[in-house]
Design a protein around this ligand. Structure first.
Ligand code: CAO
Length: 410
């Protein structure tokens, strides 16, 4: 079956996490993603956090599936010539180097527009224009400066980073949307364009509701927050839902570190919820009956529900609450995730064979397109497709391939 991005060629100069996650999605959608890596070492993550000696790390394999690998030294003149040739034949260039890295090798936006006017040139940097522009960034730096860390965690604890990689993978998804929009606009204009996402901006976009609450705070306390007192800025609110319906993580049997279920109280299922947990005595009680009446003593409300949940496993509670339409979610630990039948059936946890490490698990593609199914294929070995790409895309002959190999260009 054809793929959504069939015929789209991507020169992928990304490394670490933020860029590779974006280009992996482009590859899953059918683009021909050619990962350009420094000869000899490749993307630094190939050797970071290795679990097996001498083999590409899971850090690398899980973020670089469905791509081809071309090694190319862009600090040699010949390497730069080859890169220019590739860019003239490509639709998209993606990179996430530190500020100015590609400009220093002569690949400025001005020159790229002249040489490859149809190219969508996409970048992730830590920051946008302004005071932080030249600073490097990693995941947690973006979380710190995008509003996530100060609003995550418990009130009596320090600012906390999230397990979800909203700085890196979050920026990647934003960049994917921007690249696809750039390609669509090219249909109208015939021109490529410069596409940029700053990690700080992507995190801030994901923290939109906290800036909502910052402004609400100027007009009084945030009633749905569990906090007792408020200052000038949005406090950390533990596991409060942050939405219009209150929620909390409640302990379950046998009280292991992840034996919790997250429960949301919707007004129209309150009565059913009370009956399920055996507290019919509260039906009609004005202190408990309406969302407004419950709001000032939510801690008591959730403690009461927890008395019941703590007598059951999170799976039992999930089943029983679902049967009465109470929204809830057991806290999945990583073991639950990799063993979950429905995640495997839906292709979100996939087993991928690899010639050097044996098979490994990858997280599949959450995008479902009826006419563009995703098949997750293993990540490439370093330089695995160098000759293939240069022959196929640039029409390079064997003697030239041998010569640039001997010069260390590839
Ligand atoms: N051949 C030769 N050299 C190559 C090359 C190739 N194929 N590909 C890259 N390089 C060189 C670059 O030219 C650059 O060299 P110079 O520094 O001499 O100009 C260098 O490799 C890469 O520089 P860098 O600044 O990107 O690398 P770093 O390890 O110092 O910084 C990071 C890493 C992530 C902090 C930085 O890239 C960055 O801020 N990126 C933007 C934000 C981002 O994406 N962060 C998320 C990282 S995921 O957690």
């Amino acid at each position: 079956m054809s793929k959504a991005l069939d015929g789209v060629r991507v020169v992928d100069m990304t490394h670490v996490q933020a860029g590779p996650v974006c280009t992996q999605m482009l590859a899953w959608l059918g683009a021909d993603v050619i990962k350009v890596e420094p000869p000899g070492r490749g993307d630094v993550t190939r050797s970071q956090l290795r679990d097996l000696p001498g083999v590409d790390s899971l850090y690398f394999t899980m973020l670089n599936s469905n791509k081809r690998s071309l090694t190319l030294d862009i600090k040699q003149e010949k390497g730069q010539q080859i890169l220019w040739e590739l860019l003239r034949r490509a639709d998209v260039l993606v990179e996430n180097f530190g500020p100015g890295a590609l400009d220093r090798q002569g690949f400025t936006w001005e020159r790229i527009q002249e040489e490859a006017p149809r190219l969508v040139y996409a970048s992730i940097k830590g920051f946008g224009p302004g005071g932080y522009e030249n600073a490097k960034a990693y995941e947690t730096i973006a979380q710190a400066m995008g509003g996530s860390m100060s609003t995550t965690g418990f009130e009596d604890g320090p600012p906390t980073s999230t397990g979800a990689q909203i700085g890196d993978s979050g920026s990647a998804i934003h960049l994917l949307a921007a690249i696809l929009a750039g390609l669509l606009q090219r249909h109208q204009t015939g021109r490529g364009q410069r596409v940029q996402v700053a990690m700080q901006h992507a995190v801030l976009n994901l923290c939109r509701v906290k800036i909502r609450d910052h402004q609400r705070l100027q007009h009084g306390p945030l009633a749905e927050y569990p906090n007792q007192s408020f200052g000038q800025t949005v406090p950390r609110s533990g596991n409060a839902s942050g939405g219009g319906q209150p929620g909390w993580a409640l302990r379950c049997r046998p009280e292991g570190p992840d034996d919790f279920i997250y429960v949301i109280i919707q007004p129209h299922v309150w009565e059913r919820l009370l009956r399920q947990i055996g507290r019919e005595d509260l039906l009609g009680n004005p202190d408990w009956d309406t969302p407004e009446a419950r709001l000032p003593h939510l801690d008591e409300v959730f403690a009461m529900i927890e008395e019941w949940t703590s007598q059951h496993t999170k799976w039992e509670v999930f089943e029983q609450f679902n049967s009465i339409d109470v929204p809830c979610g057991p806290v999945f630990d990583t073991g639950d995730i990799v063993a979950d039948d429905s995640l495997r059936e839906s292709g979100m946890i996939v087993e991928v064979p690899h010639p050097e490490r044996g098979s490994y698990l990858n997280v599949g593609c959450p995008l479902r397109l009826s006419d563009s199914p995703v098949e997750v294929r293993r990540s490439p070995l370093l330089g695995e497709h160098s000759a293939e790409v240069l022959r196929e895309v640039l029409g390079m002959g064997e003697s030239e391939l041998q010569a640039i190999h001997d010069q260390g260009v590839i």
